[in-house]
Design a protein around this ligand. Structure first.
Ligand SMILES: [Zn+2]
Ligand SMILES: [Zn+2]
Length: 252
């Protein structure tokens, strides 16, 4: 007679939460049942460099960390600190694309749950998480607001508050990913503004903790930088976080 585990394995075979591949190992293999991420995906997950310029988050040589880097010495960004969790690469990229393009968040959830302990060292329950807003027409079209969704997921793991209406998107609505360099900068200038009722919203939501601006993927850092810039009128330090960041130095 089949025991419960074998039966469960036959009816609902355990699958990798990132690529969806069904584990072929027999149910006696504890390792595959408990990890939830296949060896191939696991091998291609990179934690973002811990030696960075703390202000803007770019990787630096260990001896130069925590910076400031040359660029921050010249023009420091509005945010006091920038942290990223994973390198936007391999299985992390796959999980984020599945979430953003197909609405499948199993891989993203696994990445967040796996980092829950670390997230609780970054975020305090008194902190307030503010998502980088997306243009309203795009949000209406897709019915999704990814960075707001990400904030809710992080808030569920850390106990932070989140408010997606404090920071608004204004101006030109061209997709950032469709633009390069200077055009990106032009598009971003004046792309963000605070809601008129931001003082009340801040008062209602914020404990005594820090204010964070949250984005899912950081490419050049320009979007996050401009979003944090728009937060300056709140007259408090603003911190920035992205779940993943493109590592331009990485050779793969
Ligand atoms: Zn996998
Ligand atoms: Zn820097």
């Amino acid at each position: 007679m089949l025991d419960f585990k074998t039966w469960q394995h036959l009816i609902f075979p355990p699958a990798c939460r990132i690529c969806g591949d069904i584990f072929t190992a027999k149910p006696t293999s504890q390792q595959h049942i408990t990890t939830e991420c296949c060896a191939h995906c696991f091998k291609h997950i990179r934690i973002f460099d811990r030696h960075t310029c703390h202000r803007c988050g770019v990787p630096l040589a260990a001896s130069l960390s925590p910076g400031p880097c040359g660029s921050c010495l010249q023009h420091a960004p509005a945010q006091q600190q920038t942290q990223s969790l994973y390198v936007y690469h391999g299985a992390v990229r796959e999980a984020l694309l599945a979430w953003k393009l197909q609405g499948q968040s199993a891989g993203l959830d696994w990445l967040l749950e796996s980092a829950a302990k670390h997230l609780r060292t970054i975020f305090h329950p008194d902190d307030l998480l503010i998502p980088v807003p997306m243009p309203l027409p795009r949000m209406r079209r897709s019915g999704l607001h990814h960075s707001a969704d990400l904030c809710l997921k992080i808030a569920a793991l850390t106990g932070c508050a989140t408010d997606w209406q404090i920071l608004r998107r204004t101006g030109n609505h061209t997709r950032q990913s469709a633009l390069q360099g200077k055009a990106r900068q032009r598009n971003l200038r004046k792309a963000f503004s605070l809601a008129n009722d931001y003082p009340n919203r801040l008062k209602a939501q914020q404990g005594k903790g820090q204010v964070w601006v949250i984005d899912d993927i950081l490419t050049t850092g320009a979007t996050l930088r401009h979003a944090c810039q728009a937060m300056l009128p709140i007259k408090q330090d603003v911190f920035a976080f992205s779940l993943a960041r493109v590592n331009h130095n990485q050779q793969e």
